[in-house]
Design a protein around this ligand. Structure first.
Ligand code: RNT
Ligand code: ZN
Length: 416
């Protein structure tokens, strides 16, 4: 797009929004300050560098688009490419199985900071902050139960793993002088009718209490609730009710993955309740299609509503934004760029809402006026503001990134 066109469109948009009392420059500045944690696992279909084993734990990637990253260098190369196509300073979210194991087999209860030192150094060079995840899937001891396993030996293995991961996250946080957010998601559940449901939940709560007892000042832990997994359809130990209670009673960050609820539920509706009882939210922005399918995030009503709810609750500073999807059927670099930009578009639209006016209408019981303004707000020229945001940050504007990614595919990923 030409510079003149971008600037002209932005001027008009700015004026249009100003009439409703909205400062578009300020919204852009705010958006620039919101990092999005890029999930490393879209580069390689959640395989990692531990044992090159098929994915387990009730999650699944589908598709075999060429160009999957096979080594740590390829993952880094791809993430670096993605960074060049995104405005703003984002974060990188690593899973434990992406450690730099130097060609040796390092079991999950043996992992240490040394396996992530090269990541810490690489990230520092690129001014990229790291987030982290323990990995309890894709392992011979994963089975159906990890932290909730009544078998003490298996349970202790995973407790040890998760404790070690927290220390790694703490080292990352210390090195980057900013807390590393570490997510704990375990797939624990069962395929069929489960009779003693309370028992496994008691065990999970105990395991988590033990894990979280260690005071680590440079990291923050969050725990992720889920509805079900493939092969684990009838019972999920770490359900929403479980983690709502757990996070509220222990003051722990709640991870809200947009694919982890009933398909007819409005996930955004949970935000204003959770915020009253948990300290912060970690968002896994995803796109479920009929199930937790982890399609690439797009600017749809669900994602828009999620960010509108957060902004309407004045809670942007209490939400960590991360992506979580894995589509192996399209260009993976493209998947990142589409999903991140879609998330930014949704945040921007939320920031551009005429909130003061809407709240005033609501206060005064002006139902018609509130609904009318909400409808009108949908067709305000936000696209011109988003284009200018990208232009200002020297990254491709509009669909220009498609050609860029095609070029990278020709030069790099198609040769893998
Ligand atoms: C799975 C959870 C979890 C994973 C990652 C790989 O349903 O969403 O966050 O996607 O840990
Ligand atoms: Zn998730």
């Amino acid at each position: 797009m030409t510079e003149a066109l971008i600037l002209k469109s932005y001027e008009i948009a700015k004026e249009r929004y100003a009439r409703l009392g909205i400062d578009t420059d300020k919204a852009i500045e705010q958006l620039e300050q919101i990092p999005i944690s890029l999930h490393c696992w879209q580069t390689d279909d959640v395989v990692g560098f531990e044992r090159n084993q098929a994915l387990s734990g009730g999650i699944q990637t589908t598709g075999n688009y060429p160009g999957r990253a096979r080594t740590i260098d390829e993952v880094r190369q791809d993430i670096a490419k993605v960074q060049t196509l995104l405005a703003g300073n984002h974060r990188l979210n690593l899973h434990e199985i992406y450690g730099d194991f130097g060609g040796k087999f390092v079991d999950r209860d043996q992992v240490g900071v040394e396996h992530f030192q090269s990541w810490i150094d690489w990230a520092a060079e690129r001014n990229l902050k790291l987030d982290f995840n323990s990995t309890s899937f894709s392992h011979p001891k994963s089975g159906d139960l990890t932290l909730a396993n009544p078998d003490k030996e298996i349970r202790d293995f995973w407790i040890e793993h998760t404790k070690r991961c927290r220390r790694i996250a703490d080292a990352m946080g210390k090195a980057q002088n900013d807390p590393c957010i570490m997510n704990i998601w375990v797939h624990d559940g069962s395929k069929d009718l489960t009779v003693y449901r309370k028992r496994y939940r008691e065990i999970l709560a105990q395991s988590l209490d033990e894990i979280l007892a260690e005071d680590l000042p440079h990291m923050k832990s969050c725990v992720e609730a889920k509805l079900f997994g493939i092969g684990l359809e009838s019972y999920t130990v770490g359900s929403m009710d479980f983690f709502e209670g757990y996070c509220a009673s222990r003051n722990v960050i709640y991870t809200l993955d947009t694919g982890h609820y009933e398909p007819t539920e409005n996930v955004s509706d949970k935000v204003a309740s959770l915020l009253l009882f948990v300290p912060e939210l970690m968002l896994h922005v995803s796109r479920p299609v009929r199930w937790d399918s982890d399609h690439v995030t797009i600017m749809n009503d669900q994602t828009l509503d999620l960010f509108k709810e957060i902004v309407r609750a004045d809670a942007l500073h209490r939400a960590h934004v991360g992506l979580d999807y894995f589509d192996a059927s399209i260009n993976r670099i493209g998947a990142y760029v589409i999903g991140t930009r879609a998330t930014q578009k949704c945040i921007l639209q939320a920031l551009l809402e005429p909130l003061a006016k809407l709240r005033d209408y609501e206060d005064r019981g002006c139902g018609f006026q509130r609904l009318a303004l909400l409808e009108e707000a949908k067709s305000l020229p936000f696209g011109a503001v988003f284009d200018y945001f990208n232009y200002k940050n020297n990254v491709p504007v509009g669909e220009e990134f498609i050609a860029d990614i095609e070029q990278y595919e020709r030069d790099v990923t198609s040769k893998r």
